[in-house]
Design a protein around this ligand. Structure first.
Ligand code: H79
Length: 481
């Protein structure tokens, strides 16, 4: 008993000092949890139809499109190598000067139907669109702001056109929304005075209004992905993030919300002070992925990663030569890596100011799309296999089908499969062409799958049929709950 009180005291001290930040997996026993008004709304994964759809989609595209596409990383003759959508900050451009770029917003080549066709061909099941990035410029005609597409030469509702075009192709639309807004003088980085508090409350009302407006104008939206929520001002107003989650879920039944929106009573973000995930899925894997051997804890919750094609450019940057640019193969490997660990992957595109995509992005969409056409069965609706990763590549799994996505063909031509206790391998076929492969059990629970001898030019997939021996425990089923 004494020990218990000591632990509670110790834990509360850590919370107060902020040491218990992001301790994701350290969930306390229920009787040691500290009471929270604005913590996780729910324990464990959501299992309703909308969440299952979110999860089964697995592969999405991000679109970062805003005024930053016009300068494309260059200001007053100087090229800035930082992220193009942050150029206003790098070049210290005052907000009113930056927002004058609106006079040049006239994407004459923009064609929402073409964008949707490109996404469909690439094989993405959803697209996340920047409705408003940090700069404050809105891709929809918001009645709460003077900085929107309606006040540009182009005038038209770009977001509305995109929602319709993607939905017509059967692609879900998700909204990116930056809470931090450099165009609004009421935004505060911290709350240090009564004046700050009054201004920031006005700002939160403005943000609520914009969010309600988005939900009402575009009711087919499936998800809100919040960004720009890391400032102290927001951490001190965790109640507001819980309110936004509830408000959107009431307005749009089934809508999904990322963890990045959320802060709890103590300003803990993503995971609350008791270690429970807030929002519906974890969204901190930005331009990085969990280690496939060491970080298996991520299979306990839903998560979505996002990545750029260059090192760190989300908005259009005119000079991609300033950083390494991933090849389509490297992009594909990251998609597979995420799915193999039970996550989704979103690949970013930064369209040009004229409304067209740069050639590198078009080519990448084509290459990834033709692979998905052949092997998408191993991605969509698939998740963590429960098997230990092997050097040849990644496993994904859908029920009794396990997919081996092979990136590195071993010199021996034999792929090692180590199953868990009770899992038996029945057969192995090449997904492309359907040829059955020879399978030899070498030791208990270890098999060798022999590959055909011809040289294989691209990552390929071997489909395994497995069965669970009835009397043994099934680790994989636990991973799904
Ligand atoms: O929209 C893309 C990026 O522009 C945005 N998120 C993706 C999807 C993003 N912006 N910044 N970050 C992600 C990382 C945040 C860095 C921060 Fe900081 C560290 C914010 C506060 C501390 C850098 C240093 C920016 C301000 C100070």
């Amino acid at each position: 008993m004494k020990n218990k009180f000591l632990s509670i005291f110790f834990f509360l001290t850590l919370c107060a000092t902020g040491v218990v930040a992001q301790k994701q997996s350290q969930v306390l026993p229920a009787d040691l949890e500290i009471p929270l008004r604005y913590g996780a709304e729910r324990l464990g994964k959501r299992q309703d139809a909308a969440m299952r759809k979110f999860r089964d989609n697995r592969f999405g595209a991000f679109i970062h499109w805003g005024l930053y596409a016009i300068p494309g990383g260059e200001w007053n003759g100087k090229i800035y190598s930082g992220a193009a959508e942050w150029l206003k900050a790098w070049a210290k451009v005052p907000a009113d000067e930056w927002l004058k770029l609106m006079d040049q917003w006239n994407p004459t080549k923009f064609n929402a139907k073409e964008w949707a066709k490109m996404a469909k061909k690439m094989g993405v099941k959803y697209v996340k669109i920047t409705t408003k990035h940090h700069e404050g410029f809105c891709l929809w005609p918001s009645k709460y702001s003077q900085y929107t597409v309606a006040q540009t030469p182009y005038k038209k509702d770009i977001l509305g056109e995109l929602v319709k075009a993607y939905n017509d192709e059967g692609i879900d639309v998700h909204f990116y929304f930056s809470v931090m807004d450099w165009s609004n003088p009421d935004y505060r980085y911290d709350i240090r005075s009564e004046e700050d508090s009054v201004a920031f409350n006005r700002f939160l009302t403005f943000t609520d209004n914009q969010l309600k407006e988005l939900a009402i104008r575009y009711p087919t939206v499936k998800d809100f992905w919040f960004d720009g929520t890391w400032d102290t001002s927001i951490k001190k107003n965790g109640w507001w993030t819980a309110h936004v989650e509830r408000m959107l879920k009431e307005m749009l039944p089934g809508v999904t919300i990322n963890s990045r929106l959320r802060a709890d009573d103590y300003g803990q973000r993503h995971f609350d002070s008791n270690g429970h995930l807030m929002g519906d899925y974890e969204s901190a894997y930005e331009r990085r992925l969990p280690d496939p051997v060491k970080d298996l804890k991520v299979t306990r919750w839903d998560w979505e990663a996002c990545m750029t094609i260059p090192e760190n450019q989300w908005g259009y940057h005119k000079d991609w030569s300033i950083s390494y640019v991933k090849t389509p193969l490297e992009v594909l490997e990251r998609i597979v890596h995420a799915v193999s660990m039970g996550g989704n992957m979103v690949v970013n595109f930064g369209p040009q100011a004229d409304g067209d995509f740069r050639p590198e992005e078009k080519e990448l969409a084509e290459t990834v799309g033709s692979w998905m056409k052949k092997y998408g069965e191993s991605i969509y609706g698939c998740g963590y296999s429960g098997l230990p990763k092997q050097d040849w590549g990644y496993y994904t799994r859908k029920g009794d089908e396990i997919y081996m996505i092979v990136f590195n063909v071993p010199y021996s031509g034999k792929l090692v499969v180590r199953t868990t206790k009770g899992l038996q391998l029945l057969n192995a076929i090449m997904m492309d062409g359907g040829r059955e492969l020879e399978v030899a059990e070498t030791t208990n629970n270890e098999y060798n799958v022999s590959l055909p001898s011809q040289k294989l030019g691209e990552p390929f997939v071997v489909k395994l049929k497995v069965t669970e021996k009835a009397d043994k425990g099934n680790k994989y089923k636990d991973a799904l709950t």
